[in-house]
Write a protein that binds this ligand. Sequence first.
Ligand code: FAD
Length: 235
Amino acid sequence: MRDKMTGYRVTDIKQITHDTRQFTFPLPPGIGFDFRPGDHMKVYPDPGDPVEWRPYTPTTTPDIKDHFELVIKRYGDGMVSRYMHKRKEGDEVIMSGPHEGGHYMRGMAREIGMVAGGTGITPFISMIRTIMREGSDTKVSLLFANKSVEDIILKDEFDRYAAECANFERYYVVDKAPPGWDMGQGRITPELLREKLPAPSDQTVIFVCGPPMMQIEFRKHLLAFGHAKDKVIFP
Ligand SMILES: Cc1cc2nc3c(=O)[nH]c(=O)nc-3n(C[C@H](O)[C@H](O)[C@H](O)COP(=O)(O)OP(=O)(O)OC[C@H]3O[C@@H](n4cnc5c(N)ncnc54)[C@H](O)[C@@H]3O)c2cc1C
């Protein structure tokens, strides 16, 4: 059933950074849209071609049953992201899913580290919103790399959680830092991974999401620090 292609109508489109938009899709009652934070949809720009698709992660939380949202960054020559950014309110988008990825489950850990590069943040949006809504004391430490401050997706929302919630902290790293920037500049180094993420324990998991080379490199460092293989998760 989850592999079945279904048309979802876009009812709202919001520009959330200079190259990233949020798309809202209402869900008809009784459609049974069950997912866990971190799971993804497949978007098919051509319903006649079931092979050409890209995954996108709902950023809404599973308790919301009447709609879901996707946050999609446009790549200049990107086939599907460009297709999505050409959609207008009222257009239909063909998708299948939700499909299972490395996801968050309540009670899976007392401390959760999240390392994201660029749009690698998208699975963590639903996870963070879910954890903040649960009101549990699961501690979340987000380490988020971007080219510039303007590229940081949902920065205001993460800053608000950091100010209001004792169990959430975030640290941004940007290639180009503006004057007065008091967080990281350059790349996420092994030292930053060790300093900003929770220490290894059987009550700690680390999610990593970003470009494939970044994921491979960070996993290597995290395992060397002592995190168990099954505690380093890719959505
Ligand atoms: C499980 C999963 C969930 C994802 N969820 C989201 C999401 O919620 N929102 C979102 O915006 N993206 C998400 N992505 C990335 C998304 O699936 C596509 O890879 C991305 O939109 C580019 O697809 P495209 O067809 O536009 O570009 P393509 O036609 O595939 O590629 C065109 C150009 O873009 C470059 N490119 C492609 N992907 C990336 C990238 N990630 N970083 C840097 N350069 C890239 C390529 O090198 C190439 O030059 C997710 C990826 C995975 C694996």
